[in-house]
Design a protein around this ligand. Sequence first.
Ligand SMILES: Cc1ncc(C[n+]2csc(CCOP(=O)(O)OP(=O)(O)O)c2C)c(N)n1
Ligand SMILES: [Mg+2]
Length: 322
Amino acid sequence: MIRSLDNDTLLGLWERMARIRAFETRVGEIAAAKEVAGYLHTYSGQEAVACGVIPLLRDDDWFTSTYRNHGHAIARDIPLDEIAGEIYGKVTGVCGGKGGSMHVADQSRGMIGGMGIVAGGLPIATGAALASKYLGRDSVAVAFFGDGAVHQGAWHEALEFASLFQCPVVFVCENNLYAETTAVDYHLLAGSVSAMTGPYQIPSVQIDGMDVFAVRAATAAAFERARTGNGPSLIEAMTYRYGGQYEGDTQTYKPPTEVAYWRGQDPLLRFRSDTATRLGMATLDAIEQSVQVEVDAAFTAAEAAPWPDISEVTTDVYTPIA
Ligand SMILES: Cc1ncc(C[n+]2csc(CCOP(=O)(O)OP(=O)(O)O)c2C)c(N)n1
Ligand SMILES: [Mg+2]
């Protein structure tokens, strides 16, 4: 896979992964400093999933996300000012500050949005995929979700419907081993999410979600399948969140040996070791420094930006009935 990618593509993947890590590290700092209200959920550790999938989306494709959505937005190249502004609830936010951290959405870029409701995105992405099929297009929709989503009825309804109507949707599970504080060893009766698609006749694959190239290869195959009228599929990317369920979670439920193992699988370190000879460490370091400058500027701007005016309180919240 690496050999088939040109240097610009490789550097683009690195830049996005490094940008997510720097951004989420800063989110952790502003959470600790209590600079913004509400829960913040970070994506550090899972960068290879967003960056393996999202750059393969076309402009006319769609995806849904979860409350852990900053990484997905960054991988879709939504400007950092707009994401940071949204987290702060400021007018510069991509939703004018009304969505907040959990609801980053930008329909102009195919990001239907982050959802606070576990499994909420699967039926919506399936609907977008049905629309594509109905209109005779070959665009696809992706639903990102966590391992905990399989306990929701909506997860099963979406798979059933997508298979029955052969919708061009790709279900991407980010199995980070925990649903809140509950380990998959306890909550996932089937042993894996990929093992649960058989009754729905949906092909599935479990992959190394810390390897951006493995994610990209699985995604390319799933998109090809969906675009050529062969229906839905599911990718289960095995990954790990380095933060808590939310910022401030003490994470006492994580065994230290497990944390150490997954730190060793850091997707950024894996990328470096896979590409350093070809791209050069100095080039990778320089990109990390430049994205840090971008992140610093975005958070400074968000902090300084104005709040939405009180007159805007119902705009974009309620639909006027004619
Ligand atoms: C329908 C619903 N039930 C419960 C919750 C509370 N809740 C928030 S996060 C979460 C765990 C989800 O875990 P997972 O799907 O594995 O996602 P992760 O946080 O690991 O990315 C739960 C149960 C919710 N948001 N929505
Ligand atoms: Mg999880």
